[in-house]
Design a protein around this ligand. Structure first.
Ligand SMILES: *Cc1c(COP(=O)(O)O)cnc(C)c1O
Length: 373
């Protein structure tokens, strides 16, 4: 099967990237060409970092000053470098939700640490401070890496309180939550700029932190750990290219309209299906991916939609602890079968519906008609 036929196969696609049109990007690319500066912290990356830091700072009430926003090649590399500079003990046990994208656990394992899987809250579907506190009573935890699941924001103040109370560092994977997730000066947070996320540029990641020294160390590691021409540590290459920053600058200019179009599609769903079958934050926030609670009929509804040419995704199932790469790792709070019970239950409930800015009202009506059948 060719790539094209895969794309043409669906009547309604689940996810379609919404990146700036080439014409919007061209003025920035021309600046890049005139400067002949294509990577290594060039003027477009510098301008993009300043603008996105101001944007995130403005939506983060706990920041009184503008945060540092450092670009990377992806959210995954941002998290890897963050964990490398975080002064954690060797082989640190880091608590993560069992329900997330594989990168959340992979960035821990690849930096020599050990992911430990926790269950999630049955209402918000994410690892909460209450779950982390219970995990502490269960065994050693050196850090926590909660996830803003499906792009819905998590409670940063509650995590800051957890950190202050326990002394355990917290890092947040908010990969799909740029525009929704406020940052907090006590808690470094990573965002993804991948094409499939609400703020897409192609490939890219951001680390947002109040800690300038931490930001500088991460940035240096992203460029071979060069310091005056020699490597002080073992670095890597995880920089964002100028061409991606050109997309980023064009995306900032249109992001409020991107969000408005996504909001319109969300409202079309909510008008037909009600709020009760969605994440509680759906009333106030437009998610990255839209999961519908089928109340135990996930497989049946998934098959019915797929049969009607409507593409669905069961984001992030099976859970990470069932992936071959992670299945030997510790899980805390398992049931008699060795499963994390809330995640196991959500597996039977959640289906990812088509959700992107190019859905018409008729598309949404068709999806809902099949759902309600
Ligand atoms: C998309 C995603 C990532 C990975 O982001 P990249 O920029 O593609 O590396 C990590 N964690 C979560 C929760 C994600 O949704």
């Amino acid at each position: 099967m060719t790539g094209t036929s895969v794309l043409e196969e669906w009547k309604i696609k689940c996810l379609v990237p919404d990146l700036p049109p080439v014409d919007d990007v061209l003025p920035y690319l021309r600046r890049m060409e005139e400067a002949r500066w294509y990577s290594n912290f060039g003027p477009l990356v510098t301008e993009f970092e300043a603008k996105i830091a101001a944007f995130i700072g403005a939506m983060s009430p706990d920041y009184t000053e503008t945060p540092h926003a450092i670009t990377f090649s992806s959210a995954t590399t941002a998290l890897e470098l963050l964990l490398r500079v975080a002064d954690l003990p060797e082989g640190a046990r880091i608590l993560v939700p069992g329900l997330t994208f594989s990168a959340t656990a992979a960035c821990i394992a690849i930096t020599g640490h050990t992911p430990v899987f926790a269950d999630v809250d049955s209402k918000t579907w994410d690892l909460t401070p209450a779950i982390a506190r219970a995990a502490l009573a269960d065994g050693r935890i050196d850090a926590v890496l909660p996830v803003a699941i499906y792009g819905y924001p998590i409670d940063m103040q509650a995590w800051a309180a957890f950190k202050a109370e326990t002394g355990i560092p917290v890092f947040v994977d908010a990969a799909a939550a740029l525009g929704n997730q406020p940052a907090h000066p006590d808690i470094p947070v990573a965002f993804s700029l991948h094409a499939t996320k609400p703020f897409g540029v192609g490939e890219g990641g951001l680390l947002v932190t109040a800690n300038e020294a931490l930001a500088d160390r991460c940035r240096r590691l992203s460029n071979f750990a060069f310091d005056n021409g020699t490597s002080r540590a073992i670095g890597t290459n995880a920089k964002m290219a100028e061409a991606m920053a050109a997309y980023g600058l064009a995306q900032i200019n249109r992001f409020s309209s991107v969000q408005a179009r996504r909001r319109h599609v969300l409202e079309a769903y909510v008008n037909r299906l009600g709020l009760e079958s969605f994440h509680p934050m759906t009333a106030s926030h437009v998610p990255g991916t839209l999961l519908y609670d089928t109340r135990g009929n996930a497989d049946k509804i998934d098959a019915a939609l797929t049969g009607a040419g409507i593409q669905t995704r069961k984001w992030y199932f099976p859970p990470l602890s069932e992936h071959a790469a992670f299945q030997t790792l510790d899980k805390l709070g398992t049931d008699a079968d060795g499963h994390l019970p809330v995640i196991e239950n959500l597996k039977t409930r959640l289906v990812g519906l088509p959700f992107h800015a190019f859905l018409s009202d008729e598309d949404v009506a068709m999806v809902c008609a099949h759902l309600l059948r």
